[in-house]
Design a protein around this ligand. Sequence first.
Ligand code: NIG
Ligand code: FE
Length: 419
Amino acid sequence: MRMLWKNIKGLVGAYESPPAYLRGTEMRQLALIEDAWLAIEDGRIADFGSMVDFPGIVDWSGLEVVDCTGRFVLPAWCDSHTHLVFAANRGGEFLARLEGKSYQEIAAGGGGILNSAKTLQSLSEEALLEDARERLKKVMQTGTGAIEIKSGYGLTAASELKMLRVIAALKSEFSIPIRSTFLGCHAVPEGDWTPETWTNYVINDVLPQVASEKLADYVDAFCEEGYFSVNDVSAFLGASKAFNIRGKVHVNQFNALGGVAMGLEHSVLSLDHLEELTKNDVDALCDHAKAGDGPVFACALPGCSYFLGIPYTPVRTLMDADVPVALATDYNPGSSPSGNMSRIVQMGMVKMKMHPLEAIAAATINGAAAMGLQSDAGSIAPGRPANLIVTKPLEGLESIGYSFGEEPVEKVFIDGIQL
Ligand code: NIG
Ligand code: FE
């Protein structure tokens, strides 16, 4: 099957040989070819260029020519932080917040992550997979072409493994790249557990099983007051390293506890949330970016800021200091019940003052690298799978932020096939 897309208003993120990621100040230089063409063959990108240099069509056999006038073509979104496997919505907690309770109060009363754990523990692996499959199909319809999915709502060894097996099943069912993360320290289960005893149990009893069954590409932990301390998380990350599993950490969502410096020491792949950053945290991130020791992505989750009414991650400051930034949905039933990356890109522009190309870079090339998928996703390049978004006719890429009531995505292609 061959396709030629002509008259593309702007071809975004296309490279002959893509960089692995873009540093903060480079993000605005994301490749953009105005008035472009793109050729797809057997589900892969064959070639692209500017219409001015269009070589013409030599072989018309089986060729479908598509006129993309007015439309932008982008790499499919790369969502590097989700909790897409869960058992039930938590709309009741949202209502309780509208009636005056805080997210933290609800969690302290047995709601929040503990609520999600209860419903997940009682749901079979098959039912969990069925729901997750439908959710994944739905986010793919909105343009997601690569995704990371975490466990963390199990809170028993059996249920954490159940979640990870569901993610493994999704990996084998879907052709898009999927990364699985063992969120071993997400909340302290009810009963006699303390953060320390649960962390030790995870390290000694659960992690070895997860590693031996090769169920996790990454580990994660929630470093926060009332959840896990810097020491707990550090111990978990250290133990995971011994199994060759790198970390991605939830830090500074509500409080700055020193998790940023600790995460950097452990060379995590990404530090996620970062809504509450101290000057020391910002300096540590900037110093690390300047040292050039391999990127640690600052992964901002504006859906969570929007939905919980907490600050937005100061990505402008981070990008100006050359920190590579990613944007992700944090799709989960409690703090960000949406997996729609276009909404996130829009929030990046409207709420975080990102230039359209910065927001798109954060949601594509950097999102891919923030889950180790820089060779497979996040850029348009010859030989790569044609996982692409075609926008509706737009005046400019800023329209994604400006027309905030509109869905910017018109068509999504995975392996060159329209969903
Ligand atoms: O990233 N912060 C920790 N975990 C998730 C959501 C927790 C929840 O279910 O409320 C998050 O926001
Ligand atoms: Fe999260």
